[in-house]
Design a protein around this ligand. Structure first.
Ligand code: NAD
Length: 359
């Protein structure tokens, strides 16, 4: 059929050594950038996304346009649609799955808890069920989250630290995902690498994240709420620039490929891994705002409030020695440099006007 043809053409690597990668969440922020980077280096890429309305569907469609212009086809569908997933794997022998689809956001989990279970737990299991039956079995790299460290107060966070105190249902589903991944590695021999991303930001980013809506509100002259930790001191995030995260994702694919054995997919060689992908330099939220004020040349109207129990943790800070050692991961973009690129993109995308962004 026409659909199958488009899927096959999109999956076809541009070079002999290229992979055929299924990228879930390809219309999302990280998924779209990872898809473009894979395509650019010669891999074949097929996207999957359900275009959920958690934030601007217009922005997701714009990312889709970007991918299509680069020759990447995004299949519109849900992770929970096992019939569709089987159809995809019947059409293409995917060598890798880059699983970046999820119900994201920590605060929204208080409003719609079941959507997190459905996509992040149920959807992940559907994908793994189909992957385990595929021949060859694809190597899987997926996005966990720094949120699994929860209220852990030992900093910086290293992969061996405790993850038994999630602060949000989002974090709890990512933690569940790590357990589920381990089971599919253990029983079914799937090679699975989980990447704990730390507050990813940059061009084409997510309107539900602070750096994005602060930019929008500062430009509109609207008051912004800055949550300061009451008992924990300053609220800070280990902001990590999108290009650094994308490099880490590709390195994870290549590292797993090397240890699992190209093509043959040596059973028993399959690996289960977890890595932090952070920036190792947490920045207080107040500092984030002052950088934005400087870049936007507008003073923010600030309201300081104590950090409520809304799912946010007081701080995040990655120890990246393991990902540095095993993946060669090395972030190079500081927050001001990254935000400059974000602001430039924001002005272009939103027409430079103080137009409101649909969240
Ligand atoms: P995003 O919301 O922009 O992208 C996720 C995409 O997945 C969306 O386009 C959404 O429509 C799609 N999706 C959701 N549920 C789906 C389903 N059931 N079936 C098919 N598609 C579905 O988020 P992002 O920032 O690009 O995050 C990518 C991954 O990284 C997610 O797993 C997220 O939890 C994780 N993560 C992100 C950050 C960050 O700071 N951006 C931090 C830690 C972890």
């Amino acid at each position: 059929s026409g659909w199958e043809k488009r899927v096959r053409a999109s999956a076809k690597p541009g070079t002999n050594s290229g992979f055929s990668v299924l990228v879930t969440g390809a219309a999302g922020f990280v998924g779209s950038q990872v898809s473009l980077a894979l395509k650019r280096r010669g891999d074949g890429v097929v996207g999957l996304d359900n275009y959920n309305a958690y934030y601007s569907v217009g922005l997701k469609r714009a990312r889709k346009g970007l991918l299509e212009r680069s020759g990447v086809f995004i299949v519109e569908g849900d992770l929970n649609d096992v019939v569709l997933l089987r159809k995809l794997f019947d059409s293409v022998a995917f060598t890798h799955i880059m699983h970046l689809a999820a119900q994201a956001g920590v605060r929204y989990a208080m409003l719609n808890p079941k959507s997190y279970i459905s996509s992040n737990v149920g959807g992940f299991v559907s994908l793994l069920e189909v992957a385990k039956e595929a021949d060859p079995q694809p190597i899987i790299v997926w996005a966990s989250s720094s949120s699994v460290y929860g209220l852990n107060s030992k900093v910086p966070f290293s992969e061996k630290d405790r993850t038994d105190q999630p602060a949000s249902l989002y974090a709890a589903t990512k933690k569940a995902g790590e357990g589920i991944a381990h089971v599919y590695n253990h029983i079914h021999g799937l090679s699975i690498t989980g990447l704990r991303f730390f507050t990813v930001y940059g061009p084409w980013g997510r309107p539900d994240m602070a750096y994005y809506f602060f930019t929008k509100d500062i430009l509109k002259g609207k008051e912004i709420k800055i949550f300061e930790g009451e008992s924990h001191g300053t609220v800070a995030r280990d902001f990590t620039y999108i290009d650094d995260v994308v490099k880490g994702c590709l390195a994870a694919v290549d590292t797993a490929e090397k240890s699992t054995g190209s093509g043959g997919r040596k059973r028993g060689a399959a690996q289960y891994r977890i890595y932090n992908l952070g920036n190792t330099s947490p920045v207080p939220v107040g500092k984030l705002v002052s950088i934005l004020e400087k870049l936007l040349k507008v003073k923010a109207k600030k309201k300081l409030l104590p950090l409520p129990r809304n799912g946010d943790v007081p701080f995040t800070h990655a120890n990246i020695s393991l990902s540095q050692k095993e993946l060669g991961y090395k972030p190079t973009t500081d927050l001001e440099t990254g935000l400059k690129k974000f602001v430039k993109w924001y002005m272009g995308y939103h027409g430079g006007k103080k137009k409101s962004v649909a969240l």
